[in-house]
Design a protein around this ligand. Structure first.
Ligand code: HEC
Length: 110
């Protein structure tokens, strides 16, 4: 094979693998954006700007795993120690979009 051809083929393969790695789960950009806005407004003071946990006081939300949705909803609705309850303050839709936003940026999302 001509060297240029094989490099092109290799690059195409890498591009394809990169796309495949990001293809699942499907991304809902509007929902992620809504979650990011809610996060910025209600959560970032304690959990850090853009989920970067640098306030030193609380839980790094990017640690949550896909199967911890029930734990997430429970903690958000009921609070936990210094973490306030959001019952009646956030809509189900907001809580749902927060989860989507957090999961999109989770350590195990890639
Ligand atoms: C006043 C500060 C504060 C705000 C605002 C806040 N949190 Fe927290 N959050 C905490 C603290 C502190 C913890 C650690 C609680 C513990 O384990 O003692 C925590 C923990 C959590 C946990 C993990 C609880 C568990 O299961 O261990 C979740 C999930 C969470 N917060 C979500 C949110 C979301 C979503 C928002 C915004 C709607 C938010 N938090 C806003 C302080 C806050």
């Amino acid at each position: 094979m001509h060297p240029t051809t094989s490099i092109a083929a290799l690059c195409a393969t890498i591009a394809c693998l990169t796309l495949a790695a990001h293809a699942d789960p499907p991304i809902d950009a509007a929902k992620i954006a809504a979650g990011a806005r809610a996060y910025d407004k209600f959560c970032s003071t304690c959990h850090g700007e853009e989920l970067v946990n640098n306030t030193g006081v609380s839980f790094d939300l990017r640690r949550l795993h896909a199967n911890e949705h029930p734990r997430f909803v429970h903690s958000v609705l009921n609070g936990k120690n210094a973490m306030p309850s959001w019952q009646g303050k956030l809509t189900d839709e907001q809580i749902d979009s927060l989860w989507t936003y957090i999961r999109t940026n989770a350590y195990d999302a890639q």
